[in-house]
Design a protein around this ligand. Sequence first.
Ligand SMILES: Nc1ncnc2c1ncn2[C@@H]1O[C@H](COP(=O)(O)OP(=O)(O)OP(=O)(O)O)[C@@H](O)[C@H]1O
Ligand SMILES: [Mg+2]
Length: 251
Amino acid sequence: MKLDKMNQYVRQMSVKEKSPLPNHFPFTLPIIQKLGKLSFHPNVTYIIGENGMGKSTLLEALAVALGFNPEGGSKNFSFSSYATHSNLHEFMQVVRGSNRPRDGYFFRAETFYNVATQIEKLDQEPGSSRRIIDSYGGTSLHEQSHGEAFFAAFMERFGGKGLYILDEPEAALSPIRQLSMLARIDELVEQGSQFIISTHAPLLMAYPDAKIFELDAAGIAETRLENTQHYRTMKQFFEDRGRLLHHLFQR
Ligand SMILES: Nc1ncnc2c1ncn2[C@@H]1O[C@H](COP(=O)(O)OP(=O)(O)OP(=O)(O)O)[C@@H](O)[C@H]1O
Ligand SMILES: [Mg+2]
């Protein structure tokens, strides 16, 4: 059963206090200063925008506030390769629903390699009864291609009735795989899951029952797929590649 406004897992996020440390990252980011209240869609919410706008910072703060490891993984994962995460979560207000997810995952493309290494390490420790890698389909994530390993997480590890926070899940996926990912999202949404996804891929942004928030220097605004910068740039490319390249190369 799809989630709705009454039973979604996470409803809203906002920054609690106005710039407690105004001269320190992440409070220096315009997007954090102008965040206001972000109300999530019960099924799929996209957070999009240019490189460096603060999407990963926001998703990480949300994930950590909800009890996930800042480098990603499921809730019982706790490891750190680098202590680079921000303290934004301490100043965030996250409004959860009354319904608790049965599954959860914070997927970060940029640190998934570290999650894979951590799984191998834990599985080598004596005494653990069930191998973690079995919940990812059984094949070492390091022995699969970049995209195959991502896909193993989405197809095998994600189990439904879950809260899934994904940061650039398309990073290793071909266009066809991005569409398969969309189909997988639909399956999991039908099984009572909620997604919050940061992505640069217009294909992956196309889930029909979704909210899209676009971040830019002016702040954060809800928009529709056709109006996003990502979609418009791709459209220009497909409609008149010669013209776009002409401007690009200043010939
Ligand atoms: N630990 C840090 N200390 C200081 N500045 C940081 C830190 N981490 C990120 N930043 C800066 O904050 C800004 C936002 O970074 P963030 O990773 O959230 O961007 P993003 O929107 O996810 O970008 P991308 O699309 O490239 O993934 C960037 O300009 C970055 O340089
Ligand atoms: Mg990012």
